[in-house]
Design a protein around this ligand. Structure first.
Ligand SMILES: [Zn+2]
Length: 378
């Protein structure tokens, strides 16, 4: 086995790059790509570092999209190893970020190197586009700003391969052509505080909220479509009460989230929720956060290339599933880019003892390379 890919992944995993910090991962990436002929730009917004590295001067632009930040390790004593001292145990490389997604980032680099060694003058351009704030909260430092700058500079990404861990039970059994949208709400329901013994003198916000939740959890937001499951609503936090058993509280705080299909919009969802609150005559304050709008790649050219490449390396075609959380593909898709997510098995992402199978990473490299080879034949 070629160990350089795994060594490269380990080098990245040793860096404690918790969102939104890169902590030197990009130095490793730049030092790897520039000797291959890539030109690398470091674009920093606020505290967030981004790397945009390109090679080639003709043809469509293919992009490897990923991130170098990781989520915190959680309690280190629960890990079998130090989460930032990666180790290969059996067939698995263990460490925070192994599957999400430094393993894939290392695979991007190794793929580019091998492909360019065999095809020094391809018919298309390649870029590696990385951010250090994928996992963090939406902020101005996210890559949407940089995409806008790229567009303003006349750049257009034609094909984008996101290395997020899309696979479910075996490598490349699942790819994503899009993701659902995400809308969060932070709601304060106002009532009237008082003594529990005088029910006619209070207005219990907990009881009011019970009716609201009952209605919202039964609501049909949409039926979904061929690309997405129906929109779903979940309450994630709820808090009220003074701690005393004989006091009706004056207000209740609740946080909720909707994962929504392209059949709903930010406005249609807000309207439905506000109309429920109004129907019950509730006094409230609400703050919204739109984390992501849904995106879907409907063009089929790049999808067909990816399907064919997976089939020729793995001997099976992947299923298309557009579930899961959000990804940075959402920022690239509005350019009109064909965006596909294909990465390692996602079983352990964000968990204790996050791991990736080292044979899978090698195979992922062959799939990525096959995609580039197929693109080069067009
Ligand atoms: Zn990720």
């Amino acid at each position: 086995m070629n160990t350089s890919l795994i060594d490269l992944a380990k080098t990245l995993l040793e860096i404690k790059s918790i969102s939104p910090e890169d902590k030197g991962c990009f130095d490793i990436v730049e030092n790897y790509l520039n000797p291959l002929g890539f030109e690398t730009k470091r674009i920093n917004y606020l505290n967030v570092e981004n790397l945009y590295s390109t090679i080639g001067s003709k043809g469509p632009l293919f992009c490897f999209l990923g991130h170098t930040d990781v989520v915190p390790s959680g309690p280190e004593e629960l890990w079998d190893i130090d989460p930032f001292k990666p180790e290969v145990i059996g067939d698995y490389l263990i460490g925070r970020g192994a599957a999400d997604m430094k393993g894939a980032v290392a695979t991007f680099l190794a793929t580019a190197k091998e492909f360019l060694a065999e095809n020094p003058n391809p018919n298309f351009r390649i870029c590696v586009f990385l951010t250090s704030n994928e996992e963090g909260e939406p902020a101005d430092g996210k890559i949407n700003k940089i995409i806008k700058d790229l567009q303003d500079a006349g750049e257009h990404i034609d094909y984008c391969l996101v290395g997020e861990a899309s696979s479910s039970l075996k490598l490349a059994d699942t790819i994503r052509l899009g993701r659902r949208g995400s809308l969060s709400g932070s709601l304060i329901i106002k009532g009237k505080q008082g003594h529990v013994a005088y029910p006619d003198k209070v207005n219990n916000p907990i009881h009011l909220t019970g009716k609201v939740i009952d209605t919202l959890k039964e609501m049909t937001w949409d039926e979904g479509n061929e690309f997405f499951q129906p929109t779903s609503f979940q309450v994630s936090n709820i808090h009220s009460g003074t701690g005393a058993t004989n006091v009706v509280p004056g207000h209740l705080e609740m946080k909720f989230n909707l994962r929504f299909s392209s059949e709903s919009s930010e406005d249609s969802l807000k309207d439905k929720i506000l109309s429920v609150l109004d129907r019950f005559g509730i006094e409230y304050e609400i703050e919204w956060t739109l984390n992501a709008i849904p995106f879907i790649t409907k063009q089929t050219f790049f999808k067909d290339v990816v399907m064919k490449s997976i089939d020729s390396i793995m001997g099976y075609e992947p299923e298309i599933n557009n579930g899961g959380g959000t990804s940075d593909g959402r920022w690239v898709a509005p350019m009109g880019t064909e965006v596909i997510e294909l990465g390692p098995i996602n079983e352990t992402i964000h968990q204790i003892n996050e791991k990736v199978n080292i044979n899978d990473l090698e195979k992922l490299k062959y799939i990525y390379k096959e995609i580039l080879i197929n693109l080069n034949q067009v």
